[in-house]
Design a protein around this ligand. Structure first.
Ligand code: 1GP
Length: 236
């Protein structure tokens, strides 16, 4: 079970790393090489998704990945059309920072008939978008405002509401390609005051930044753009 493993990693202090692959930005003929790089990296998970991806490319990408890696593949969907039975699990996201009912419940309801036909492990995830200096795709597509960078207290309150609702993970997201990553003090505050594992992503572009996020309390860090731009990111 993927969630069980994430929880036991948290309990034992073992830090996790996900490489995010956006099927829109990946050439199919580069997947074999890309997967070799991921296998040789410290990555423990592969996330697949993006704000605006077509489902059939997702299937194709995951089938190709699965031929080359044993790492768990988790869907990180922008909407229900991005569900693929080929993955191992899905981050079942609720955009807690926003006030758009489509991303709070509509997409989730529509996803159920699709999910029931799969054996994906469904992991309830409170997704919190944090202001990051630029308008990111999540903000644009979801038509919601991110939470302020300088209001860690409200971000914590939002994460705690997510826990009460029953979210099994909290994802602090600056957005792909963010100018500023999630502030370290915010990661520290949320992770110190919630029980569930905390995922942090968006705008993390160096190994130092990964380590800082871990030191602040992130249990799992997501790297997208940095690896997309440089497939040697982890070995350089
Ligand atoms: C986005 O958190 C991820 O959802 C990764 O962001 O592309 O900036 O690494 P980057």
């Amino acid at each position: 079970m993927i969630y069980h493993d994430i929880l036991s990693a948290k309990k034992s202090g073992r830090k996790l790393l996900a490489v995010l692959l956006d099927p829109d930005k990946i050439a199919m003929d580069s997947i074999a090489l890309l997967t070799e790089k991921i296998n040789a990296s410290p990555a423990t998970h592969i996330f697949v998704g993006g704000s605006i991806v077509e489902a059939d490319i997702i299937d194709e990408l995951i089938i190709a990945l699965k031929q080359k890696t044993t790492l768990p593949v988790l869907l990180f969907p922008g909407n229900p059309s991005q569900i693929s039975k080929e993955a191992d699990g899905i981050l079942f996201l609720t955009l807690l920072s926003g006030r758009n009912p489509d991303y709070l419940i509509e997409h989730q309801v529509n996803a159920v008939p699709v999910l029931k036909k799969t054996s994906l492990e469904v992991i309830s995830t409170g997704y919190i978008l944090i202001e990051s200096g630029t308008q990111t795709a999540v903000e644009r597509v979801s038509k919601t405002e991110p939470l302020a960078r300088n209001n860690a207290e409200y971000v914590l309150q939002t994460a705690q509401a997510g826990e009460y609702i029953g979210n099994k993970l909290i994802y602090l997201e600056a957005g792909s390609g963010a100018q500023w990553a999630v502030p370290l003090e915010m990661i520290a505050k949320v992770s110190a005051n919630t029980e569930v594992p905390v995922i942090v992503g968006g705008g993390i572009r160096s190994k130092k930044a990964i380590e800082e996020a871990y030191a602040a309390g992130a249990d799992l860090v997501v790297i997208g753009t940095a690896f997309e731009n440089d497939h040697n990111f982890f070995n350089s």
